[in-house]
Design a binder for this molecule. Structure first.
Ligand SMILES: NC(=O)c1ccc[n+]([C@@H]2O[C@H](COP(=O)([O-])OP(=O)(O)OC[C@H]3O[C@@H](n4cnc5c(N)ncnc54)[C@H](O)[C@@H]3O)[C@@H](O)[C@H]2O)c1
Length: 253
């Protein structure tokens, strides 16, 4: 028996990176999965590889797209037990004063306002199933990061929102948690590496920030995500779960 047998999971940004690893893990644990992503090619390759999956092309910035994808999910799969807000962007690598208004608005729309949309259109379905919400946040929302002010702002906001939502929806039996990775090798991280002042030394740097000694792939996040959305975590809510190889620990040089 799988840990997620019979569950219906709606995930954003599931066509690549951490989201894709979560989709694979959710399916392996017995769930039916609905994936919303703006990358049609990525969605097609996902649908080719896996059965028990529905996909919707759409942009999480747009309330109308989110509303349609959630409505279609319930139509196709009958209910929603889990909303996993995973879609996110990290660019630009800039301090706040260097960030343009457009860059700020884009980051906040994709990374944070998307949670507003999925909650607005999805919470009634979660109340019906006494389901849960999982947010892919980031360790930097807790500890900060140089040269990424707007991104860090979105993830700090996501952490605060996770706690506020956990309180608001607890009376309905709906849990709200976040996973907080440090570095994870994904298309986003590879793009980010290329934008850094010394891309060649980035792999070594990324291994070094994790006391466990290496920068992982998305499977480490997916395994924790399966736990947090499963019955095994039935008494866990409002939790920012670091999945960081200890990156937040100890004094830094
Ligand atoms: N990779 C890391 O090191 C790392 C670390 C901490 C947190 N995170 C967080 O993990 C999440 C996933 O990151 P990733 O590294 O897997 O990224 P990725 O770029 O590899 O994958 C993100 C996916 O989200 C989709 N997406 C992006 N914008 C979208 C939009 N507006 N509408 C719909 N879909 C959209 C992309 O098409 C892609 O399939 C993000 O929220 C990110 O902030 C990543």
């Amino acid at each position: 028996m799988g840990a997620l047998d019979g569950k219906v999971i709606f995930i954003t940004g599931g066509a690549a990176g951490i989201g894709r690893k979560c989709v694979e893990a959710y399916l392996a644990a017995g769930a039916s999965v609905s994936v919303m992503d703006c990358d049609r090619t990525g969605l097609d390759s996902l649908a080719e590889e896996f059965a028990h999956l529905v996909t919707f092309a759409g942009n999480v910035r747009m309330g109308s797209d989110v509303k349609r994808a959630i409505g279609n999910t319930v139509e196709a799969l009958g209910k929603i037990d889990v909303i996993h807000n995973n879609a996110g962007i990290a660019s630009p690598s800039k301090s706040l004063d260097e960030t343009s208004e457009e860059e700020w608005d884009n980051l906040f729309s994709v990374n944070l306002k998307s949670v507003f949309w999925t909650t607005k259109y999805g919470i009634e379905f979660l109340k019906q199933t006494r389901g849960c919400i999982l947010n892919t946040s980031s360790l930097v929302g807790e500890i900060g990061q140089g040269n990424h002010a707007a991104y860090v702002g979105t993830k700090g906001g996501m952490n605060a929102l996770t706690k506020a939502m956990a309180l608001d929806y607890a009376p309905f039996g709906v849990r709200v948690n976040a996973v907080c990775p440090a570095g994870v090798w994904t298309p986003m991280l590879r793009k980010w590496s290329g934008e850094q002042p010394e891309p060649a030394s980035i792999a070594q740097y990324l291994d070094g920030i994790h006391p466990l000694g290496y920068c992982p792939e998305g499977d480490v996040i997916a395994d924790v995500a399966v736990f947090l959305v499963s019955e095994a975590a039935r008494f866990v809510t409002g939790c920012m779960m670091p999945v960081s190889g200890g990156a937040e620990l100890g004094y830094k040089r």
